[in-house]
Design a binder for this molecule. Structure first.
Ligand SMILES: Cc1ncc(C[n+]2csc(CCOP(=O)(O)OP(=O)(O)O)c2C)c(N)n1
Ligand code: SF4
Length: 162
């Protein structure tokens, strides 16, 4: 019998991803799932799904997941973690969530010292709604709302966030 060297992580379901070919979300989902598998915490982990292209996270991860309004995942995670402190809680959020519409939530969760993990996926645009310029769009980068590239004279410089 041959040794299995590559397989789908147990923390992912068998549902095929809907993402565009080459999208980073599928790769990031897999890495997060592999880490959960390696740590052996699948049954004790609760994910918080964002609004954005990763919204269907609740179909792809084979664990308990709560959906949250756009940008508000850290507020939902705060409630869940405080009610169930023994659980491992993580948010998975895009740059539109963390660096724009939900900036207040992530800053105040950090300021309060909440004890959960945030996976931040920065693709430098609002993906789901059509590739509009985000605060993280880099100078000169074309987006659907800046077809000639981001101009710092009009839009300022990108927010420096990891
Ligand atoms: C309160 C609110 N404002 C705006 C929207 C519209 N909206 C849906 S997804 C999205 C952008 C998501 O971008 P990002 O968080 O970067 O995720 P990506 O799709 O790029 O993975 C926006 C603005 C919404 N659903 N709710
Ligand atoms: S629009 Fe962008 S973030 Fe959304 S699925 Fe396609 S490549 Fe991925």
């Amino acid at each position: 019998m041959g040794e299995v060297v590559f397989k789908r992580p147990e923390s992912l379901t068998n549902k095929p991803f809907h993402f565009c070919p080459g999208c980073h979300h599928g790769i990031a989902h897999r890495i997060v799932a592999q880490v959960i598998d390696e740590l052996g915490i699948r049954e004790d982990t609760i994910g918080i799904a964002p609004v954005g292209c990763a919204v269907f996270l609740y179909d792809y991860f084979n664990l308990d997941v709560s959906e949250s309004p756009h940008g508000r995942a850290p507020a939902v995670a705060t409630g869940i973690k405080r009610c169930m402190p023994d659980k491992v809680v993580f948010c998975y959020q895009g740059d539109g969530e963390i660096t724009a519409i939900g900036t207040a939530e992530i800053v105040h969760a950090a300021n309060r010292g909440e004890n959960f993990t945030v996976i931040y996926i920065n693709n430098a645009v609002y993906g789901m709604t059509g590739g509009q310029m985000a605060p993280t769009t880099i100078v000169g980068q074309k987006a659907s709302t800046c077809p000639y590239g981001r101009d710092p004279q009009n839009s300022g410089y990108p927010i420096r966030m990891s």
